[in-house]
Ligand binder design. Structure first.
Ligand SMILES: Nc1nc(=O)c2c([nH]1)NC[C@@H]1CN(c3ccc(C(=O)N[C@@H](CCC(=O)O)C(=O)O)cc3)CN21
Ligand SMILES: CC(C)C(=O)C(=O)O
Ligand SMILES: [Mg+2]
Length: 260
């Protein structure tokens, strides 16, 4: 997979993106034929135990981008720029995006619209493909005041459509739409000529993204309306570890066949 191929999928074949934060998960996604692996800053919630994406640092992200690359040598990997890695200055944004590319990413993603036009333009001009992210942007949680669906109010919808067009003109190859009301996500998708990738944004986006932990059900306490659990990994893993514990306690493991 590469940037022109992803853009050409619009209107032809749905694009599938999922998150991975480590090598074994990256291997699973690559073997499943997932089009794009996102090393999301949702690393914070799902792996590092933070309660939002705000605390995640470049140092933490870089470790996981490298791990994902080691697990999926052929995958198209997008690295999610964490809070404060691109908001301070264009220079810092370029430096940090460059670190992700050197760590093995094929592109970076950043949250926001017109306010990052200058940075996005420079990144693309020096050879760093950029994925946009509009709608609900979790790094703005403290300004927005919660996890909320976007695009309901008329001015919110207009702003979203404008930002999508500005991002397209600036040269992003794709835009994530997070928790955008379905008819507005559809309108954005029909307005721009680059693919939209939705999460909680309904049926009409050019692609879909979910967090790996939500796909397999690893977070027993997090089940947003937009996610679909394809297995209950938490319960399966709990069962396996409990059996191991029980078998050691009752001396059935290790057995004859496990000894040297
Ligand atoms: N595991 C995981 N999955 C995600 O999709 C995800 C993360 N982590 N971390 C980063 C962001 C944060 N996201 C979130 C977090 C919470 C809600 C949530 O509480 N949703 C509720 C209420 C939505 C509403 O206001 O209508 C829901 O029922 O979907 C949604 C997306 C999406 N991202
Ligand atoms: C939910 C996706 C789009 C994301 O930004 C993340 O996983 O961090
Ligand atoms: Mg993110």
């Amino acid at each position: 997979m590469n940037v022109p191929k992803i853009v050409k999928m619009k209107g032809k074949e749905k694009i599938v993106m999922a998150t991975a934060y480590d090598a074994p998960t990256a291997r699973i996604l690559q073997d499943a034929g997932i089009d794009i692996i996102l090393v999301g800053d949702s690393l914070g919630n799902n792996v590092l135990g933070y309660d939002s994406t705000i605390p995640v640092t470049m140092e933490e992200m870089l470790i996981h981008v490298k791990a994902v690359r080691r697990g999926a040598d052929n995958a198209f990997i997008v690295a999610d720029m964490p809070f404060l890695s691109y908001g301070v200055s264009v220079e810092e944004g370029i430096k940090n995006a460059g670190l992700f590319m050197k760590a093995g990413a094929n592109a970076v993603k950043l949250e926001g619209g017109r306010e990052f036009s200058e940075l996005i333009g420079k990144l693309i001009s020096i050879g760093i493909p950029v994925m946009g992210h509009l709608g609900f942007t979790p790094q703005s949680l403290n300004v927005v005041g919660g996890y909320k669906v976007r695009g309901k109010a008329t001015e919110e919808k207009e702003r979203l459509l404008e930002d999508a067009s500005i991002l397209e003109e600036t040269g992003v190859f794709s835009i994530v739409l997070e928790m955008v009301i379905e008819n507005v996500a559809k309108e954005v998708t029909e307005t721009i000529s680059i693919p939209t990738i939705g999460i909680g944004s309904g049926r009409y986006c050019d692609g879909q993204v979910l967090v790996f932990h939500d796909i397999v059900g690893l977070n027993p306490d997090f089940k947003p309306k937009f996610a679909k659990r394809y297995m209950n990994a938490y319960e399966e893993m709990l069962k396996a570890v409990s059996q191991f514990k029980d078998e050691v306690k009752n001396r059935t493991f290790p057995a004859e066949e496990h000894k040297f």
